[in-house]
Write a protein that binds this ligand. Structure first.
Ligand SMILES: Cc1cc2nc3c(=O)[nH]c(=O)nc-3n(C[C@H](O)[C@H](O)[C@H](O)COP(=O)(O)O)c2cc1C
Length: 268
């Protein structure tokens, strides 16, 4: 049986509830298929906060002035079949470690690259905020190119009452089945309306803003995403209605951008 590589991007700084939940997930997945879990502890990684220079957006990620493990982390994600984005809720959002990681890879919002990968989202909370964290992590993963294949938002008060423990277990079992199903399936699911709209919106932006974002323009050109026939980042069936809405959004964005660029240039 082929073993699937799973990389856990761990946003918790300690081996606590989030780690235990990931280990439960591993146990549940092992019943479904052969998996190898690797933990990437962001708190221990050599990953410094973004300095905001924008060099990655404008000139490419290889121009980032920070020399640390960011590129190595991307390589690890590329080598995995599936990635688990795991974070406790801190102050109603992801942890600082997870946010630094997302900020450092922000150029991927412009130049998505993880189309072959499946993602699972996992959040733990003392009481609330896990829904918002899952929503945020889901948006990030989708924008980076992942197919989001499952999620689990767990409430983990201390001590953990039995009804919570069994509800969490149920959620992990369901998420493991969804994730395993997606990992077994080589084909990618068709994109949703939001994904198609984002594709056309970004396409309009980057085709009109070569001077502002040359690296993005280059990347999109190389990938063929500016081509007339391009319907999405990857060659999958796209719902014709979503496509029509996407084209309309692209047209609107282009019109707005041209107006803005003209206004900036002092035009009428
Ligand atoms: C600094 C900090 C901030 C937190 N903020 C929240 C919060 O906003 N909402 C919440 O429900 N729980 C919050 N918690 C509780 C954690 O989300 C919860 O205990 C989580 O399961 C911890 O995961 P861990 O054991 O993997 O560190 C917070 C905990 C810490 C340490």
């Amino acid at each position: 049986m082929i073993q699937k590589k799973i990389l856990v991007i761990m946003g918790s700084p300690r081996k606590g509830n989030t780690y235990r939940a990931c280990e439960e997930l591993r146990g549940a997945m092992e019943k479904e298929l052969a998996v190898e879990f690797e933990y990437l502890w962001l708190a221990d990684a050599d990953l410094l906060p973004c300095r905001g220079c924008g060099a990655c957006f404008v000139n490419g990620e290889d121009r980032c002035p920070i020399r640390d493990d960011a590129a190595l982390i991307v390589q690890k994600m590329q080598e995995a079949d599936g990635v688990v984005f795991a974070s406790p809720v801190y102050g109603m959002n992801v942890t600082g470690q997870m946010k630094i990681f997302i900020d450092r890879l922000s150029y991927t919002f412009h130049r998505p690259q993880f189309f072959e990968k499946k993602a699972l989202l996992l959040a733990t909370a003392g009481m609330l905020g896990h829904g918002d964290v899952l929503k945020y992590l889901g948006m990030v993963a989708r924008q980076w190119g992942f197919e989001v294949a499952g999620s689990a938002g767990l409430v983990t008060p201390d001590p953990l009452p039995p009804h919570r423990a069994s509800k969490n277990r149920e959620m992990i079992t369901r998420a493991a089945a969804d994730f395993a199903g997606a990992l077994r399936r080589p084909a990618r699911r068709s994109p949703g309306l939001w994904d198609v709209v984002m594709f056309h919106g970004q396409r309009a932006a980057f085709s009109n803003m070569e001077s502002v974002f040359p690296a993005d323009h280059r990347y999109w050109t190389e990938k063929g995403w500016f081509g007339r026939d391009a319907r999405y980042f990857v060659d999958v069936p796209v719902n014709p209605l979503y496509h029509a809405i996407g084209i309309f959004v692209g047209w609107l964005s282009t019109r707005q951008m041209r107006k803005d660029l003209l206004a900036e240039g002092g035009g009428p």
